[in-house]
Design a protein around this ligand. Structure first.
Ligand code: NCD
Length: 307
């Protein structure tokens, strides 16, 4: 059964196919409004989320389908001690496709191994978040016209930021990608991502603490929130939370065609004064996320023979 657990589960060609479908949905939404009539998406969210869960739900409704599910572990049988494997088997009897978010790395993979319907990883701990990457890729495609020869700056919590890990994975497959890693010492990109992804694919990268110094060479600046829920103690979080705050002043030396991205939710990392800058893309990114999730649901349901 085809699932999406990691963005690398899909080839570059398949990702392009999703982008093409999403662009077609944007052009002709009415043509898609009944495609999933009678189908059910189960949203199994063992960890809080507004954007991602509602984005999946909106995506399924815009395809004419229905949604069942829960939005916190406390209201699921996990509270009674049920395993993820059993939950996946049970939900397979009720729904056509699952979107799962879980605080434990690997939980959606376990679900996929046990479900008889496709499973979409909607974020597993500090590991991966492939559908946010789909939103990010459509944003990059529409802003830049393609994926080749781009220099991406990732800024903030590169240690726990799963959206960063997934996007680096995806972008490392396109020729000419360069990466600038901007973070405090304590929140540097994990060495497994540097070694297994960047070094293994021969992607040139530099690490720095200096956002303004890196600014002039960037095509894309990907800001991130410091992931409070993954810290072992509050003191460290408080010390690091405001390490980087993007202001109009700090954009002085940025390129005219820079794209400023952020997976949201934003805390303090981008001043609201930046929102009116035409280079700010983070609210478009949210909208694109819904269209890419629609494209993904269609593809997985078709491959599962359910459409
Ligand atoms: C991200 C996440 O959940 O990892 N949010 C999202 O899905 N858009 C980023 C974050 O929570 O900071």
């Amino acid at each position: 059964m085809r699932s999406m657990i990691d963005v690398l589960d899909f080839s570059v060609e398949e990702l392009q196919e999703l982008i093409d479908t999403a662009n077609d949905i944007i052009e002709h939404p009415a043509a898609y409004s009944e495609r999933c009539h009678g189908k059910k998406l189960a949203t199994l969210f063992f960890e809080p989320s507004t954007r991602t869960r509602l984005s999946f739900e909106a995506a399924m409704y815009e395809l004419g389908g229905n949604v069942i599910g829960f939005s916190e572990a406390a209201s699921s049988s996990a509270a009674k001690g049920e395993s993820v494997a059993d939950t996946a088997k049970v939900i397979s009897c009720y729904a056509d496709i699952i979107a799962m978010r879980h605080p434990k790395e690997g939980a959606p993979l376990v679900a996929a191994m046990n479900a008889s319907i496709p499973v979409i990883n909607a974020g597993d701990g500090g590991h991966n978040h492939p559908t946010q990457t789909l939103a990010d890729l459509l944003t990059i495609y529409r802003e830049k016209g393609g994926f080749e020869n781009l220099t991406l700056g990732f800024c903030g919590d590169l240690k726990f930021g799963r959206t960063v890990h997934s996007l680096i994975n995806a972008m490392s497959r396109y020729p000419g990608t360069k990466v600038v890693l901007i973070s405090p010492e304590e929140l540097k990109l994990p060495s497994y991502v540097k070694k297994d992804v960047l070094a293994a694919k021969g992607v040139p990268y530099v690490q720095t603490t200096d956002l303004e110094g890196a600014m002039p060479e960037l095509d894309i600046l990907y800001m991130t929130r410091v992931q409070r829920e993954r810290f072992f103690n509050e003191e460290d979080y408080l010390r690091l939370k405001d390490s980087y705050i993007l202001t109009p002043e700090k954009l002085k030396n940025a390129r005219k065609d820079l794209s400023i991205m952020h997976p949201l939710p934003r805390v303090n990392e981008i001043s609201v004064a930046v929102d009116d800058d035409p280079r700010a893309c983070y609210f478009k990114q949210v909208l694109y996320g819904k269209y890419m999730r629609m494209a993904l649901i269609l593809k997985l349901l078709k491959e599962a023979g359910r459409l």
